[in-house]
Design a protein around this ligand. Structure first.
Ligand SMILES: [Zn+2]
Length: 154
């Protein structure tokens, strides 16, 4: 999987730069965790990552430490799909294109929204003090399944 390798290389370069800047220690465990992360095709939870890393006997604490580090190094985005709950999901910032996602606050379903008009509007918008490169927008609401009368409780 060439694309996965490339993602890992970019992620690792980002991590090494961050570690050097902060004067931290490069640990082989972090590299293993990062490699596993790059194999995920979509966003993942800390639990899913812990399972994926089970073969390396990496402790949950180490996984969480690595996740915070990767978020700080801007390798990962932490997304809270369901506000008010602690279920945080992570996704790589590398190789992800700008997108608008709609998140159902009831069932947690996440769908990519294709809204050409809105995408054009964001792309063409100019900011005086900021030059946007990419974005991920999360729009929260109720999906059609949760909104349908069948699922609604009386
Ligand atoms: Zn829903």
């Amino acid at each position: 999987m060439a694309s996965t390798n490339k993602t890992y290389e970019i992620a690792l370069a980002k991590l090494n730069a961050y570690i050097k800047e902060k004067g931290l220690r490069v640990s082989p465990v972090r590299k293993m965790v990062l490699e596993e992360i790059c194999l995920f095709r979509q966003s993942f939870t800390a639990d899913e990552l812990t399972q994926a890393c089970a073969k390396y006997y990496i402790s949950t604490g180490t996984i969480y430490n690595a996740l915070s580090l990767f978020v700080a190094a801007q390798i990962l985005n932490a997304i809270n799909r369901q506000p008010g709950r602690t279920s945080v999901e992570y996704e790589l910032t590398i190789g992800t294109h700008s997108k608008i996602q709609i998140v159902c606050t009831k069932c947690g379903r996440v769908t990519t929204l294709h809204d050409k008009k809105l995408e054009e509007l964001i792309k063409d918008h100019k900011y005086a003090n900021f030059n946007p490169v990419r974005y991920t927008m999360h729009m929260y609401g109720e999906c059609k399944h949760c909104r349908s009368p069948k699922r609604k409780e009386e």
